[in-house]
Design a protein around this ligand. Structure first.
Ligand code: NAD
Ligand code: WQD
Length: 342
């Protein structure tokens, strides 16, 4: 199929682009590069050993989107494009609603104009809010606690409403838990601009000496060792989930949601141990106060995806850390001065 990847130059999109090409799909990346960079496309092309079509554009540009859908005879869209920093969304809610929600409406208008009726959406476990039970299944109540999570929930509701208005419109809604790690080639990975908000890119920069120490946000949670527990999933497993979602899309109807996680919880201290083992580096840290809005534990029940998508995350925590470290070293070697030192 001809697949449009909005936000396809980003962390998850670029890894998904690899497996889609390898599965025989033709892909087009549509990205405004507000949180990614052009060298990612070069590295992606090195990995897949072929040129990749790229349109530089904003998802709020409906006419450019329509032109792109037509030019490349797109059959389905995987919608990665969006702003995703929780803290930033609290400071700038209007930017998040405009970019994520309005941007999605623009995309849906363009898809409607061109009769493109298949979409896979990048949602987030953040729509569940503070878990009422664990592991979290798709029936868990939806109660996001920040503007970012609310943009995701609003988009899910828009998509579901559209499937009710148009019986030919089909949605696979993927709720990602905590993606980490990098591509086995060492050429693709997570390289957030500025100081990382998320745990593993921060640890990676401590291991590489770019950052001095990790602040652990609280160690008195009701968890095994007192630190926060999350469901970390290898980004390559996550990418594979999108191929499975596309296959499912071709023989389903309506709106269907799947949790993409491992089903395993891992604490901050356990992640530090794994990263030390993977990198051979010390990871200095200190305990500081809890981060506002943080929850104690969050991990998935991935049963529905396992059974219906015939997909299961198989890569280990050690592989996540080893691939992350390999990419961090690639960054350091290819940008010895500027690597992550913004
Ligand atoms: P990312 O920031 O690396 O990738 C997002 C891409 O979208 C970037 O390349 C960015 O330039 C592009 N983009 C953003 N706004 C755009 C716009 N208006 N027009 C065109 N392009 C735009 O993020 P990611 O980690 O790859 O996440 C991809 C998607 O998955 C996001 O929607 C995110 O909310 C979601 N998600 C991510 C995580 C995570 O922890 N990484 C977890 C759950 C869900
Ligand atoms: C993981 C654990 C922190 C950084 C976020 C978004 C979520 C999704 C994934 C987009 C927590 C602890 C972290 C640090 C720390 N993104 N931590 N020191 O918060 O589970 O989820 O990213 O959809 O929406 O909320 O991930 O990596 O920020 O934190 O102690 O410097 O690591 O307290 O327990 P989180 P995270």
């Amino acid at each position: 199929m001809n697949i449009l990847l909005t936000g396809g130059a980003g962390y998850i999109g670029s890894h998904t682009a690899v497996v889609l090409v390898q599965a025989g799909h033709k892909i087009v990346i549509y990205d405004n590069f507000c949180n990614s960079s052009k060298p990612t496309i070069d590295n992606l092309e090195s990995v897949v050993k072929q040129k990749v079509s790229v349109v530089e554009g904003d998802i709020r540009n409906t006419s450019l989107l329509a032109q792109t859908l037509k030019q490349f005879s797109i059959d389905a869209v995987i919608h990665f494009a969006g702003l995703k920093a929780v803290g930033e969304s609290v400071q700038e809610p209007l930017n998040y609603y405009e970019n994520n929600v309005q941007g999605t409406l623009s995309l849906l208008r363009a898809m409607n104009e061109l009769c493109v009726k298949n979409i896979v959406f990048s949602s987030s476990a953040t729509v569940y809010g503070d878990p009422q039970y664990l592991p979290i299944d798709e029936a868990h109540p939806l109660a996001p606690t920040n503007p970012y999570g609310r943009t995701k929930l609003h988009i899910e509701q828009i998509l579901e409403d559209q499937t009710k208005a148009d019986i030919d419109f089909k949605v696979v809604n993927l709720r990602y838990f905590n993606p980490v790690g990098a591509h086995a080639s060492g050429l693709l990975g997570e390289n957030p601009k500025g100081t990382p908000n998320n745990l593993t890119p921060f640890i990676a920069r401590v291991a590489s000496g770019d950052l001095q120490e990790l602040n652990i946000f609280g160690n008195d949670y009701p968890t095994e060792d007192g630190t926060g527990v999350r469901d970390y999933i290898h980004v390559e497993d996550l990418a594979d989930g999108h191929v499975a979602a596309l296959n499912f899309l071709s023989h389903t109807v309506g709106f269907e949601t799947f949790n993409l996680g491992t089903g395993n919880g891992c604490s901050v201290l356990q992640m530090i141990v794994a990263y030390k083992k993977a990198s051979g580096k010390k990871i200095p840290y200190r305990i500081v106060s809890k981060r506002p809005g943080d929850i104690a534990s969050c991990y998935a029940a991935p049963t529905k995806a396992n059974q219906i998508l015939k997909w299961k995350a198989g890569r280990t925590l050690q592989e996540m850390c080893e691939s992350s470290w390999a990419f961090q070293q690639y960054l350091k070697n290819s940008h010895p001065v500027s690597a992550n030192t913004q």
